[in-house]
Design a protein around this ligand. Sequence first.
Ligand code: NAD
Ligand code: DAU
Length: 356
Amino acid sequence: MSGIGTVLVTGGAGFIGSAVIRHLVGDVGVRVINVDALTYAASPSSLAEVDASPLYSFKHADIRNREALADILERHRPDAIMHLAAESHVDRSIDGPDDFISTNITGTYTLLEAARGYWSGLGAGDRSRFRFHHISTDEVFGSLATGDPAFTEETPYAPRSPYAASKAASDHLVRAWHETWDLPVVLSNCSNNYGPNQFPEKLIPLMIIKGLAGEPFPVYGSGENVRDWLHVEDHARALWQILTRGRTGESYNVGGGSELRNIDVVTGICRLLDEFAPAADGASHLERIEFVTDRPGHDFRYAIDCAKLENELGWSPRESFESGLRRTVAWYIENRDWWQAILETRYAGGRLGTRG
Ligand code: NAD
Ligand code: DAU
């Protein structure tokens, strides 16, 4: 038993945060306080199934607001913090890094200080049980070439985009708070997630929505870049295992063991759309794939070795990429209202991150 009954989740109205909260409230049965500033990336409707639960509460607050954080911590007295709030989109970090530096670095620093203040005031038992779980990305390790060994927890940091650099900085801050003040932290670095409720700026939902709108599929560069895909529900399960059973001060890599070239992902989406939503003229969606100008500094390949997580904590992904992608395409077809609201008010699907 972890003894963790109440978890403060930051960024819970986002893609992964909402999946984590659905898992914690719906499957695990712990109390959750969701702290989210509701930026452009937030979709509170992703939490509809837990909204009415007595286990769930929402606090509209920014992680850069130390007083608000201190107040929430004192009032709700969580046993753990799962920190997911961040600016998360690489292309936007190229268009404008300010919010990435501010939220991902200063925001994490502010949260660490609020957490340290709260934790140091706890009684001995509560203090030793407390965990600060920082949720990070494999992008901190940089870019691999074909044939390079996958990232392990020992791989040196070599971030290359403003987003990746800001997440690397936040990882270093979290480790520093552990080394300096003994704050009981645990970290995880995960590969590309996909699944329901993902904001349609990211590759998979963007391509599905482009396909349903009859628009071209913009593939950056040659489409040879490789990502390692993990279904978001598998990530949510991994995070709970890491929070409750991971060793303090350690980091754990999380990945799906599903390395694919972008062009193969997009081809797979086209084939599923041909099956689920055939074009009126009978043409295959494959005919609308277009190779467009590459992302500046585009990392070539990410690959994750998650043997530590599998061996120490017994986690492994349940969803294959093939069935997960099928479910995801079906979800976007069945949940048009969810993404139409975004297209109409916050992001219409245009190209981002081209360096002007
Ligand atoms: P997302 O962009 O979908 O959601 C981010 C959430 O954080 C939003 O609800 C937003 O309102 C909130 N937020 C942003 N700035 C905030 C602030 N200053 N104060 C409070 N809340 C704020 O992100 P995501 O894809 O769900 O990613 C969640 C976390 O997981 C991030 O830390 C990201 O770096 C990490 N991660 C993401 C992936 C991925 O594939 N998406 C993979 C590995 C790690
Ligand atoms: O690896 C983990 C990271 O994965 C997370 O930390 C980030 O938060 C998350 O956004 C994701 O970063 P990527 O840059 O890999 O994801 P994105 O969906 O933006 O792009 C995936 C790949 O697809 C990448 O090689 C760029 C390419 N791409 C993307 C878009 C949006 C295209 O070819 N066309 C597109 O229109």
